[in-house]
Design a protein around this ligand. Structure first.
Ligand code: SF4
Length: 344
């Protein structure tokens, strides 16, 4: 390995996503140590240079594939409504805490720097989430979650912060009640905003200025009045003192991405820095493979190191680095190469 991942550059995060930086008074970065900045440089370097190192820099571990909403744009909703089962072969189950404990314990001293606790489900539904956050924080990792914040009670906010949560990303898809509730089916606009507000208050009271907060909204390509929507969204979350505001382009379920143009030399940067551990222990390379066509190992039976350095994952990296991402059906059908050509 070692070829330059074409089209990617220093500072690259994701082709499908951009965010507004935090204003100075809300900026959490100055409150983090130099080791955090080194970690982020390594994140960019691995993606840009196509260098995987000996161990993932980051693990995405899914505490559960259960969810309390049926969001319109979510692949999980699509699979439930169409009766598909490949995304959840064991049904709706929570991650076994002893498997989680084994993964975290065996990752100490390996170069792992962060975990994000979620994939297809809502992490707050795992009854032992604060304990999971504490285990990772005690192992010296940056600990992140994405959440819809529906179950983020004031008590749970305090427990997660006390356990060592360092980054929380609120998924909130419109500044307007009617539109939000039509997209995030099952959520109550006012209650979710109140939950986010109480998290922000707890963070302030606990003096945790190094904790990153972000609200993210999925955009529709080509929507009318987008600039006005964005500015209302920014105002809503700036008033709550959420540090960062992100906008992402969606993957449209059912769309044939293989028929859309994408760079022939596309190299997926995530292959070199992260590994996804699903709620049943099977592992995949990315958040684009909901259908589990790219399983590269089983954390219940193999170590993370074996999976990261194993032939299945190496083969995938070799295909991308030699300009053959389209030879892999899951990557050919994936939205990410196409979305790298359009901007959010
Ligand atoms: S399916 Fe392939 S191209 Fe898409 S995110 Fe995963 S590795 Fe990258």
């Amino acid at each position: 390995m070692g070829l330059k991942a074409k089209g990617l550059s220093e500072g690259y995060r994701s082709p499908t996503y951009y965010e507004l930086a935090a204003p100075e008074e809300l900026d959490w970065r100055p409150h983090r140590p130099e080791s955090y900045r080194e970690y982020r440089r390594e994140w960019d370097r691995r993606g840009a240079e196509g260098q995987a190192g000996d161990f993932p820099l980051h693990l995405d571990i899914d505490p559960t594939n259960r969810c309390n909403l049926r969001c319109r744009m979510c692949p999980r909703t699509h699979y439930l409504e169409t009766g598909q089962k490949h995304w959840a072969p064991l049904g709706l189950v929570d991650l076994d805490i002893s498997l989680y404990q084994k993964i975290i314990a065996s990752s100490e001293g390996t170069g792992l720097r962060s975990v994000k606790l979620n994939f297809l489900g809502e992490p707050l539904l795992h009854p032992r989430l604060p304990e999971m956050v504490a285990m990772a924080a005690q192992a010296g990792l940056w600990v992140m979650i994405n959440t819809n914040a529906v179950a983020l009670t004031p008590d749970l906010s305090r427990k997660l912060l006390a356990a060592g949560l360092t980054d929380i990303f609120f998924s909130f898809d419109s500044p307007y009640r009617q539109e939000y509730e039509a997209i995030r089916v099952g959520a109550d606009y006012g209650k979710v905003l109140a939950n986010i507000a109480s998290f922000m208050e707890a963070k302030e009271e606990m003096g945790l200025n190094r904790v990153q907060t972000r609200a993210s909204m999925v955009l529709s390509e080509g929507s009318d009045g987008l600039e006005g929507i964005k500015s209302d969204y920014i105002k809503l979350f700036r008033d709550l003192k959420v540090a960062e505001i992100g906008f992402g382009l969606p993957t449209v379920m059912g769309r044939d991405y293989s028929a859309l143009p994408s760079p022939e030399d596309f190299v997926c940067p995530d292959l070199f820095r992260r590994l996804f551990v699903f709620n049943d222990g099977l592992c995949g390379p990315c958040c684009g493979d909901w259908e589990r066509r790219l399983i590269v190992g089983d954390a219940g039976r193999q170590s993370i190191s074996e999976i990261w350095n194993g032939e299945a994952y190496q083969k995938l990296r070799r295909a991308h680095l030699s300009g053959r991402h389209r030879d892999i059906p899951a990557c050919r059908d994936c939205s990410v190469p196409y979305l790298s050509t359009v901007s959010a």
